[in-house]
Design a protein around this ligand. Sequence first.
Ligand code: HSE
Length: 391
Amino acid sequence: MNIAILGFGTIGSGVYEIIQHAATDEVKNLHVTHILIRKGKDKTLPIMCDDIQTIFDDPQVDLIVETIGGIEPAHTHIMNAIQAKKHVVTANKAVVAKYLKDFNAAAVNNDVHFYYEASTGGGIPWIQGLEKALRIDAVDCIHGIFNGTSNYILDHMYRYQATFDDVLKDAQHLGYAEADPSADIDGFDISNKIRISASIAYNHPITDQFPIFGIRNILKEDVQFFSSKGFVVKLIAKTKRKGNTYDCIVEPMLFGKNQIEANIQENYNLISLHGDTIGELKFYGQGAGKLATANAVIQDIIDISENKSHRQCSFNNTMQYDSTLCNHDYILRCNPSLQSLFKELEYEPIAHSYFHIKHVEATKMHAILKEILECDPTAFMASIYEEEQSC
Ligand code: HSE
């Protein structure tokens, strides 16, 4: 199988490296014939080119790996590749979250495959696992740690009392963070991943806006305070379904120290689903990083080269967004003078600047936090995980 790689950053170069050092017959069957780099960049390998049309026009190219990232030109390149009858494999969650239904329909119409395992959960075979669960069950809940960078940061702040800024630099150095790490720390990367997962689970493209709050404001003192109360904080994405309605949120969540989520270290992810007959199922592995993510890309390529089709979604189901399905208790840190902004909620002060807010809709709590942040831009909150409220 002849492969063109678009983009030669962390993941693109990882795919090339695994194929060049092929350790199995499956990988030895794969040949990288083109690498698309940006115009003006040095061509350090003879197979590098800067003209995408030569790739589309080459009948020898069977499959295109898109690792450029972002929306454009990735979206146009993927569509053009599919129309040129090339299979496409991508690790790009932003473009998949936005155009999954269109890419899927175009691939079906052109009789090629469009696979995107590496877009969600890095090296974890999560999408295939979810698709397999859906062969038998209606999946009614997905939640988990979907971002390696934020987990790395929170884990190091907890275990080594590190500061946020120092650990973020390490995560960038290790190739975990996005080009603009605000996508990792403000929750946008994880929101794309829950969009993709929920779209597959509900067979409905998730386009609604939902509450997102990241970890930009977390302090070393917050991590220590949560620890003193028996909690470890993690950045979580969650979706719940009830009949034809669904809810999604992204927020920091507090787990008891003995819970599995609390013990996920470094760049690892842990994603859980719930189905009627399978119950709770958890997927664990490296959620970010060059070779782990490239591994997921190559798994898709091998499936295509061996003609193994993945489950087809039409994305034609009708679902309504219902912001009332996710409810939690929260611990909020803010300037105590701002209590009037949440006085209608049931709450109690638990330490100077920290408040325990009782059972509130996530959407409502996020709206209140937005008002608080206008007066105290350093405020932070995390929900408290409750088994019965979750999957
Ligand atoms: N920046 C992402 C993460 C990369 O840290 O999880 C993998 O999607």
